[in-house]
Design a protein around this ligand. Sequence first.
Ligand SMILES: [Zn+2]
Ligand SMILES: [Zn+2]
Length: 141
Amino acid sequence: MSSLQEFIDYLRSRGYKVTPQRLEIFKTVKSMRNHPNVYMIYQEVKKKNPTISPATVYKTLEVLERVGEIQAVCQIDGKTVYDTKLSPHINIHCLKCHKIKDVESDLVERLVKEVQIKSGARIVSQSINFFGYCSKCADEK
Ligand SMILES: [Zn+2]
Ligand SMILES: [Zn+2]
């Protein structure tokens, strides 16, 4: 799923109300890169919808996660960090500056295929997380 129409259909089929605010949140999140956290998403949505409440944003993010449009990757300072990139990749978390860098690798794609074949499951997303120090922070040590 990735189009706005599919998102609308999904919301309706599950009994969720389709509101302009929800659609705005969907579009905003899909336009954000680099692992935004809930607060960053709320701030971004607020620019166009000054009256929107954090609860509406957070609840919609939960719906987006459930339908597989975004993925919660970790919590930093109590805030959920989301990944909007769902194609196979590895997240490298820096333990010092908390930046998350995406690294694509054919191995991940092959791994997903192998897991699908071995399990018979249809894999729709994955989250592979490596932890360490980014190139900048590693130099400073
Ligand atoms: Zn770092
Ligand atoms: Zn990522």
